[in-house]
Ligand binder design. Structure first.
Ligand code: SAH
Length: 213
């Protein structure tokens, strides 16, 4: 696949659109401007890669809308070398944005086809997160605790196991709700048993499902 001047031009417009919707973090806007989103799309949708919309990526899943990726990333307040757990690798696009910000990313996907596809793509592009095929509800206890945890699927509730894997002083971002939409929630871990939740508006994600299929 190539990244033409046309793609680059469309990407600059996308960055302007996302900035116009209220994203201020320059590093995030730079990452959106750098990463060729069309590499992450199914061939039938490549033409639409620079629209600020979610699109199908196979296995009944979607690549998140760029604004939503930027919004979640901004709330995660990513610092260089942060250890981040991502639930829902999907296309791998969100993962790459986190890597571009200097984070160390551990990403889990429960759809085998998507896990294999994004692992191949990201490796070809030279990115090196830790890939896991499995159930994100369980997190990755072997690598915990994490500075940040990002869930990119709509969760019916906040999984306890993931709260346990969050560092004290760390933050989780998770869209909480059913299939009619979710509320974006940040959870700050203040102490061993103390968590502070804050709500950040309404979004629509594909559901976070239990177990593998
Ligand atoms: N971050 C992705 C968004 C993909 S959509 C991107 O940038 O493209 C959400 C993804 O979460 C889907 O791929 C879906 O298969 C996955 N998912 C749903 N439930 C999961 C679970 N319990 N564990 C891991 N991944 C899950």
């Amino acid at each position: 696949m190539t990244d033409s001047y046309r793609h680059k031009g469309l990407r600059r417009k996308l960055v302007d659109t996302v900035a116009g919707k209220g994203i201020k973090d320059q590093k995030i806007l730079e990452a959106l401007g750098k990463v060729p989103r069309h590499y992450f799309m199914d061939s039938g949708f490549v033409e639409f890669a620079y629209k600020d919309q979610a699109f199908p990526i196979g296995s009944g899943q979607t690549i998140s809308q760029p604004y939503t990726v930027a919004f979640q990333t901004e709330l995660l307040n990513v610092k260089k070398h942060d250890k981040i757990l991502e639930v829902g690798t999907g296309s791998g696009y969100q993962c790459v944005i986190l890597l571009e910000l200097g984070a160390k990313v551990y990403t889990i996907e429960r759809q085998r086809e998507l896990y294999l596809k994004s692992r191949t793509l990201l490796t070809e592009m030279g990115y090196k997160p830790y890939f896991f095929y499995g159930d994100g509800y369980k997190g990755q206890a072997n690598y915990a605790p994490f500075d940040k945890i990002i869930i990119t699927a709509g969760a019916p509730e906040i999984p306890d196991e993931l709260l346990k894997q969050l560092k004290i002083g760390g933050r989780m971002i998770i869209p909480v709700g059913g299939n009619k939409g979710q509320v974006m929630v940040t959870v700050d871990r203040i102490g061993e048993e103390e968590f502070k939740k804050t709500e950040h508006g309404f979004f629509a994600f594909v559901p976070m499902l239990k177990g593998k299929q």
